[in-house]
Design a protein around this ligand. Structure first.
Ligand code: 6LW
Length: 535
């Protein structure tokens, strides 16, 4: 009896001492960025305990990836907003054209994504009851702007929020037709930074708040906020502005740069959070980044009637030492994609609207068949390629390729592509009665084969490893599968946005082209491995 009592006391003491460590250990600390690799212009909303987030996707199809999370840290992609050609005409989209910054909102039982297709059609919104899809056909909006958002005021009026010529403006909108039903009013032009853009409006404690991106989406980027008792203004600027930036002394040496283009969300427990874009920089005398603009998270202190303060001093770190929502990890993608499923996973995209017949997972079970197309990666055309993001500087990507070719101009392989004019292609090409592995370099007006090696076979393994400063390219032949031969190395820097321009990040693609000639050739990729290290 005495023993049982003592045991009970001991267990109570033991568990009350340990429980904060056992049950609350995963509510502190997280790693930024929360969405790694090209995921810019994030916009977030909450429904119940679930958060949903969208990022921009430019010339890639399907468009606008949709992610879901319980904790704002661990995100799982649940689909894309724009999956049909009728929703997303990208035929005319050059690199970094197509879809600019979207906004994701939930109102009255419906999810709304509003966005701009700068290549075709302009501004539009789509709706869905389930954010995983299907989403409606676009309702096109008669407004010449970018970075649109929707704001529902308490009086029942709905406003289009947009980047106007002189700052952020609003106009009433009829959601049934997409027509603007009032004049456009300039509401706030920010604190004088270049390119006031990316507006979102929130109503809290009797104030309208306008959140902006300012400084342009590069090293001077920031988020600023103003507020007013009236939607149409005048707005006063927050004394803490910019509430988020690394374009200052405390941010200057931060490995994350260009933070801005933000959105705010309140969790069910009342805490406030900000999602925003930023990039991880590399430097050797100059700064550059290759992974594109990624999605970051920071806690926000936003007291009743007060101003929002982002992570204390308006800067963030890769390793965030802050209290979090209870963390709910999600399954990571497996390293190996065996191409056994009947559909490609959500991580894969095409460049522009794909010619669907050029791809099959059924023709050879367990392999991805890509029909060789005359279009090359240099062209703004529906090239034959499937691509996924480079998500870390340190990675290894390997594939097994079988090229069924008849002519010397036919090739297939792996590309690391920043845009039409900046890519490294590790390829297998027909070469007379043999085949040849090549590394082709395309850097603006410079285009050449950096290395070549004859092989006796039409089946090879191709491998690319990445480190922050260098990509290394290898191949192996089937009877020597574990013996990878290094073909060449290239600097990462020439695929950076600072060299190549644009708004996207490096994508890793499986592609096939006949370099402009008619073709019947086919490439079969048996599997694709993508493994990241470090960070
Ligand atoms: C986007 C603009 C921006 O429309 O970059 O970072 C543009 N901000 O808001 C393209 O992503």
């Amino acid at each position: 009896m005495k023993n049982t009592f003592l045991r009970l006391i001991f267990s109570i003491l033991f568990f009350s001492f340990l429980s904060p460590f056992l049950f609350a250990q995963n509510t502190f600390g997280f790693k930024n960025p929360v969405l790694r690799g090209f995921n810019p212009d994030p916009s977030v909303c909450r429904v119940g305990d679930d958060f949903y987030l969208v990022t921009s996707s430019f010339e890639y199809f399907p468009g606008l990836p949709i992610y879901k999370s319980k904790d704002l840290i661990n995100w799982q992609q649940i689909g894309h907003c724009l999956t049909r050609d009728s929703q997303l005409p990208l035929q005319n989209a050059g690199s970094s054209e197509g879809l600019f910054a979207p906004s994701l909102r939930y109102h009255d039982g419906l999810f709304y994504v509003i966005c701009t297709n700068v290549s075709d059609g302009g501004n539009f919104f789509c709706t869905a009851t389930d954010p995983a899809g299907d989403w409606s056909e676009p309702v096109w909006i008669d407004a010449n702007t970018i970075d649109p958002d929707l704001f529902w005021d308490d009086d029942g009026k709905t406003y289009l929020v947009m980047q106007g010529a002189k700052g952020i403006s609003v106009a009433e909108i009829d959601l049934a037709t997409g027509k603007l039903t009032s004049d456009e009013h300039l509401v706030w032009d920010g604190i004088g930074g270049r390119y006031p853009e990316a507006p979102h409006i929130y109503k809290k404690d009797g104030y309208y708040y306008v959140l902006l991106g300012e400084g342009g989406t590069e090293y001077m980027h920031s988020a600023t906020i103003g507020r007013s008792k009236n939607l149409l203004g005048p707005y006063e600027s927050c004394p803490l502005n910019p509430i988020l930036t690394h374009a200052n002394r405390i941010g200057q040496a931060n490995p994350i740069q260009a933070v801005g283009h933000a959105d705010l969300v309140q969790a069910a427990d009342g805490s406030w959070w900000m999602v925003f874009l930023g990039f991880r920089v590399l430097h050797q005398w100059a700064y550059w980044h290759i992974l594109g603009r990624e999605t970051y998270l920071a806690p926000v202190d936003w007291p009743q009637g007060g101003w929002p303060q982002v992570n204390g001093d308006g800067t963030v770190t890769l390793d965030m030492q802050v209290a979090t929502l209870p963390q709910c990890p999600v399954d990571a993608l497996p390293v190996r994609n065996d191409f056994d499923a009947d559909k490609l996973g959500f991580e894969w995209q095409y460049i522009r609207n794909p010619i669907r017949d050029n791809y099959s997972l059924a023709e050879r079970k367990g392999a991805l068949r890509i029909s060789v197309s005359p279009h090359t990666l240099d062209e703004a055309k529906p090239v034959s390629a499937v691509l996924r993001r480079q998500t870390e500087h340190d990675f290894c990507a390997t594939t097994s390729l079988d090229l069924n070719a008849q002519h010397d101009n036919e090739e297939a392989g792996i590309t690391l592509i920043q845009n039409n004019s900046h890519h490294y292609d590790l390829l297998l090409a027909k070469n007379g009665d043999k085949y040849q592995v090549q590394l082709r370099v395309k850097l603006g007006s410079i285009s050449y084969v950096a290395a070549r090696q004859d092989v006796e076979t039409d089946k090879v393994l191709l491998k690319i490893t990445g480190t922050p400063y260098q990509y290394t390219f290898y191949y192996a032949t089937p009877n020597n599968e574990n013996n990878f031969v290094e073909l060449d190395r290239m600097d990462t820097r020439y695929l950076s946005k600072e060299v190549a321009g644009g708004f996207t990040g490096v994508m890793i693609g499986l592609y096939a082209t006949s370099n402009g000639k008619p073709t019947q050739a086919k490439a079969y990729f048996d599997w694709f491995d993508y493994e990241t290290m470090g960070e």
